[in-house]
Design a protein around this ligand. Structure first.
Ligand code: DGJ
Length: 724
């Protein structure tokens, strides 16, 4: 990395400098003060940002110095019991106390990044440098290291912590967040992505008030309801102006994120493993790593922040072999057939798919064991040859011969009571002995905290993937975890949720490394585990089970706040829509799905030729704009949420721009909307493809493009411009 970037230590100051985000700390008697987290400052002479005032009823770490209290200092480590009464970032039980007093003892600088063990890490790149800040508590004989990695090309810093026990006693970690930051007192808004099953990633914005705002999951997965991410923005921030920081976790299990505004209006942000269902025993000479957190920044509003996060995720988190590879247009048989299929039906569907230009055929649930409905057979990953009319290899060959890739659905973390696996290993299901099971979709969860289970599942999937020419896997997970226990000690049960996630990461990292050319799509009843932990292994996610085009608008809009479009599968499905009962024109269903990785999920064999022709035209058109959607810059032009009757999105890549407008409810009296495009060159000329019409960039951005919806039943319109 260049000299003037990355990591510097000057006397008692520590500089962690990414290209567009800088974090500056000061050592004050062993406690580190956060001087700055935000826009890089070329030359900073540090006015005193340490609050030197006796605030009363705050603890003072040094006798006779009543003006220095951790309760009023901006920090990156929140310790329990030292007079900082805000929420801590760390709580470790040693002997009879949870008090620790970690003091800074030294620092190391590493080229590249340092990896958190057994957890998802951003790609280590040459253009990165890492600062390790080492703290020790001599009394407890514990060491804590906070790692910050700076990236030369980005406005993002990543961070995690390591706790090491060098005492003779086992200690218990009750809380260990991945990131904590105290920002200057001020007026902030907090933006989160919340929702529910079939309504994921709804943008939720509220002003930070005194007290604690928190988001969390205790489901054993990040969940549909909340995303492990918090945006802390200037209260006035807009799409195009103002500062904002995004804190995100590369983790797929229970998490907690909070924003706390204390009695002095100071604002603390924390994010990490949810302490509610968590403890971790640490024997002598053992260490524990927190998941990695990501901090991104922009002073160019929420669009700038989203583009930063999207770019970091695409370049440093999504598996590199897929990060810049066009994704195949797929047909999935789920909403076409559900469980009711035979080989002939699948081949007919594949035939139609091939004719319209689709590239990948995905066989969803129901191909294995006795799986005729969703009440049974999870765990029995042997092919149902009667249903498939032969072996899986034969079916795959039939699909490949049609020139299509082949994909398969699996749900490896689950077990049905009605399965051979359960009959052989009832103790492999997560449960508390003596209690009845708690069911969900009539299924149970396999205990991925159990090494035997992990080894078994690895083997099963190895056999499946190693012996078949599979191009794509949809990895589903259709319930959350209840009744942790499995007859272990109390502390082992408290460790089970995190141990489960470590077991899951062991399986998926093994498989994705070994089968690096298979495209994995993660799914959990849609977006029930749509987080950066899974995205580090699985480059694509099925963002929602809701395939209704209009309901998808706010889901896709919310995803765009943090995730690159290339991570998101989006399908055209039948009308009336199976979730919403809504009728939406095929053009509009296509336009909405083209704002993601296009796929189809309907029975093509039942459509009239005229509709198949229109689908063929959609597929052909998408192929021409696919690089724009998957590699381009994304701009939100109209917010489809909050009762809005319209949505608009722009993608720009190299010399082409695609703009998609959707109206939700058709109205006769509404005036044609004018869209102000973004990010174009003022003086350049842009030709509307398919016409001779030419516009200047300034015209498109400042006067705008008036959308004319076609006569008839159309609710949407797409424009493609090419720079001359
Ligand atoms: C839930 C998924 O989200 C659906 O797309 C489908 O794969 C079903 N599971 C299959 O059971």
């Amino acid at each position: 990395m260049e000299e003037d970037m990355a990591i510097r230590i000057e006397q008692n100051l520590f500089y962690v400098e990414s290209k567009g985000l800088s974090l500056i700390l000061e050592n004050r008697d062993g406690y580190l003060m956060l001087k700055h987290l935000g826009r890089p400052i070329p030359s900073y002479h540090f006015s005193n940002t340490v609050h030197e005032k006796d605030h009363a009823f705050s603890g003072n770490p040094t006798p006779d110095i009543r003006t220095f209290s951790l309760d009023t200092q901006r920090q990156v480590l929140g310790q329990h019991g030292l007079g900082d009464f805000r929420k801590p970032s760390i709580q470790i039980q040693h002997g009879a106390t949870e008090v620790t007093d970690f003091l800074y003892v030294g620092a190391n600088i590493y080229s590249g990044s340092v990896e958190a063990t057994g957890l998802p890490n951003p790609y280590s790149v040459d253009q990165a440098e890492t600062l390790a800040l080492v703290f020790e508590d001599d009394q407890a004989a514990l060491r804590l290291t906070i790692y910050y990695t700076a990236y030369e090309d980005r406005a993002t810093i990543t961070s995690f912590s390591k706790i090491e026990n060098y005492s003779d006693e086992t200690v218990v970690i009750h809380k260990a967040l991945s990131v904590l930051a105290d920002v200057p007192a001020g007026d902030y808004d907090v933006i989160t992505l919340q929702g529910a099953y079939a309504r994921e990633k709804t943008v939720c914005r509220q002003q930070v008030e005194q007290g604690i705002f928190s988001i969390s999951s205790n489901r054993g997965a990040s969940g549909h309801a909340q995303t492990p991410a918090l945006i802390l923005a200037d209260h006035e921030v807009t799409e195009d102006a103002g500062s904002a920081l995004a804190f995100q976790l590369l983790y797929s299990g229970n998490f907690e994120g909070f924003v706390q505004k204390n009695q002095l209006s100071e604002v603390r942000v924390g994010l990490g493993i949810n302490p509610e269902n968590f403890s971790w025993e640490l024997a002598p000479n053992q260490s524990f790593d927190t998941p990695v957190a990501m901090i991104s920044y922009s002073h160019e509003g929420l669009t700038g922040l989203s583009q930063e996060s999207q770019a970091f995720v695409q370049n440093h988190i999504i598996p590199s072999q897929f990060a810049h590879k066009e994704r195949p247009i797929l047909i999935n048989n789920w909403e076409a057939t559900y469980f009711d299929f035979k080989k002939d039906k699948l081949l007919e569907l594949a035939d139609e798919a091939q004719k319209v230009g689709i590239e990948l055929f995905v066989l969803d649930d129901g191909w294995f064991g006795n799986r005729f409905d969703d009440n049974r057979a999870l765990g029995d990953w042997t092919v149902n040859e009667e249903k498939l009319g032969g072996s899986l290899a034969e079916l795959i060959q039939g699909i490949h011969e049609k020139g299509l890739q082949f994909g398969l659905w699996v749900e490896p973390e689950m077990i049905s009571v009605d399965s051979d696996l359960y009959r052989a290993h009832p103790d492999w299901a997560i449960q508390v002995p003596g209690y009845e099971h708690t069911y969900s979709r009539n299924q149970l969860v396999l205990d991925f905290a159990n090494k035997e289970v992990v080894a078994y599942i690895k083997q099963v999937l190895d056999d499946l993937l190693g012996n078949h020419e599979i191009d794509y896997i949809k990895w589903d997970m259709n319930r959350n975890i209840t009744k942790l226990g499995n007859g272990k000690t109390y502390l082992e049960t408290k460790m089970q949720s995190h141990a489960y996630i470590l077991g899951l990461y062991e399986v998926v990292s093994y498989l994705t490394e070994k089968y690096e050319n298979i495209l994995f799509e993660s799914c959990s009843g849609g977006g029930g585990r749509n987080d950066l932990g899974m995205m580090r292994y699985f480059p694509q996610v099925w963002a929602s089970d809701n395939t209704d085009a209009i309901a998808r608008l706010p889901i896709q809009y919310g995803s765009s706040y943090l995730y690159p479009t290339i991570s998101m599968g989006a399908h055209v499905s039948a009308v009336p829509n199976h979730q919403m009962g809504r009728m939406t024109p095929l053009e509009t269903r296509g336009h909405v799905a083209m704002m993601g990785n296009l796929g189809y999920e309907l029975d093509l064999t039942s459509l009239p030729q005229e509709e198949l022709d229109r689908i063929a035209a959609q597929v052909a058109h998408y192929k021409t704009i696919r690089p724009l959607v998957q590699f381009g810059k994304h701009y939100r032009l109209i917010n489809p949420s909050q009762g809005s009757n319209q949505a608009a999105v722009q993608f720009t890549y190299q010399d082409r721009t695609v703009v998609t407008y959707v109206r939700v409810l058709s109205t006769v009296e509404e005036i044609e909307p004018t869209l102000k495009l973004k990010g174009l060159e003022e003086d350049a000329l842009y030709r509307l493809e398919g016409t001779d019409q030419v516009y200047s960039g300034a015209e498109l951005m400042y006067a705008g493009l008036t959308v004319v919806l076609p006569q008839g039943d159309f609710l949407s319109k797409q424009y493609v411009f090419v720079k001359k």
